[in-house]
Design a protein around this ligand. Structure first.
Ligand code: TYM
Length: 328
């Protein structure tokens, strides 16, 4: 079987963007691939985290994976910091990555603009850790949202560089970017991606938002004055709502548009809200159930850590050998 790897960082509550851009596709792909799903806590501390919130969110994300339909009997679910090889491999790969490459990462550029001088070295190096995550597992496929595409290309470049310098060591991974859910936009500013770090909570839907909150946020979504439902870049707010339906139902945007011929935006918003509420309702219930059984969660991440450590250490030793370290 080919190998799939992906992860989410526990730096905030999960949004509908995380679910539609990532998790929902993992559920579809898990049977076809040998899959690793990681909670990337090392990545989360590139910006300050409250320790107790970080702990709670790490488990919450693990519970969300399972609640969304990831089968822990088939897949390896683990917490990044439980596999020290990630940090070690990152150091090695740091020495095969150029400052220039990292300075060109758009996510780094955006964040450093916001944070100025107080940006951590970890935030700069973050894409190298992501490359280590992926390459340690001989990954073929990495299902992510569009915002991670550039990071994935860097991981490929690093893998190719290392392979060329020594001998074939890493598999060169491919990105899997979904059509409809690749970039869910902010409901208040549909030119920006939906993100939990935005100031206005009306812009994002959290996986754990209550039905009423979801309805309210969608009814307030920014649209336009055209008044006709089209799937067009000139109507980014409406396009985003159609994408949400398409990502949840699997229907084509053009077919969805036909349902709204001769209708205004109110009906579309109502339908989007109900579709989102119904998609998230069973997931929310299962998250609550799973979170109340910490022993179950622990059994999952312990088993996951064992498997992940085994595979990752094998690759790490291979890297060390090729570089010229004395093996113990
Ligand atoms: P993170 O934690 O920011 O986001 C997790 C996943 O959610 C996707 N995503 C979105 N998709 C569509 N629309 C949106 N508005 C939206 N917002 C977020 C992201 O593309 C991502 O797939 N560096 C990564 C985590 C990571 C990783 C990895 C991923 C670390 N190591 C190895 C894959 C493989 C990140 O910060 O994602």
């Amino acid at each position: 079987k080919k190998v799939l790897f992906s992860g989410i960082k526990p730096s905030g509550e999960l949004t509908l963007g995380n679910y539609l851009g990532a998790i929902k596709n993992w559920v579809k792909l898990q049977d076809e691939y040998e899959s690793y799903f990681c909670v990337v806590d090392l990545h989360a501390i590139t910006v300050r985290q409250e320790p107790k919130d970080l702990r709670a969110r790490t488990l919450q994300i693990l519970a969300t994976y399972i609640a969304s339909g990831i089968d822990p009997d088939k897949c390896t679910l683990f917490i990044q910091s439980h596999v020290p090889a990630h940090s070690e491999a990152q150091w090695l790969l740091n020495c095969f990555t150029y400052m220039g490459e990292l300075s060109r990462m758009t996510q780094y550029k955006d964040k450093s603009q916001k944070l100025g001088e107080s940006i951590s070295a970890g935030l700069f190096n973050y894409p190298v850790l992501m490359a280590a995550d992926i390459l340690l597992y001989n990954t073929d496929l990495v299902p992510v949202g569009k915002d991670q595409k550039q990071h994935l290309e860097l991981a490929r470049d690093i893998a190719i560089r290392f392979n060329n310098l020594y001998s074939p060591t890493f598999k060169v991974p491919e990105a899997y970017i979904p059509e409809a859910g690749a970039k869910i936009m902010d409901l208040q500013n549909p030119e920006k991606k939906m993100s939990k770090s935005e100031d206005n909570p009306n812009g994002y839907i959290l996986i754990n938002d209550s039905p009423d909150v979801i309805r309210k946020k969608i009814s307030r979504a920014v649209t336009d004055s055209i008044g006709v439902v089209n799937y067009s870049d000139e109507q980014p707010g409406i396009k985003n709502l159609i994408n949400i339906i398409a990502a949840i139902t699997g229907r084509k945007p053009e077919d969805i548009v036909k349902d709204y011929e001769g209708q205004g935006y109110a009906k579309l918003k109502q339908d989007v809200a109900e579709i989102v509420v119904e998609e998230l309702r069973p997931i929310q219930e299962r998250i609550n159930q799973i979170m109340s059984d910490k022993a179950y969660l622990e059994s999952i991440y312990r088993k996951g850590a064992e498997k992940a450590n085994y595979v990752a250490n094998k690759t790490l030793r291979k890297m060390q050998r090729k570089i010229g370290f004395i093996q113990l």
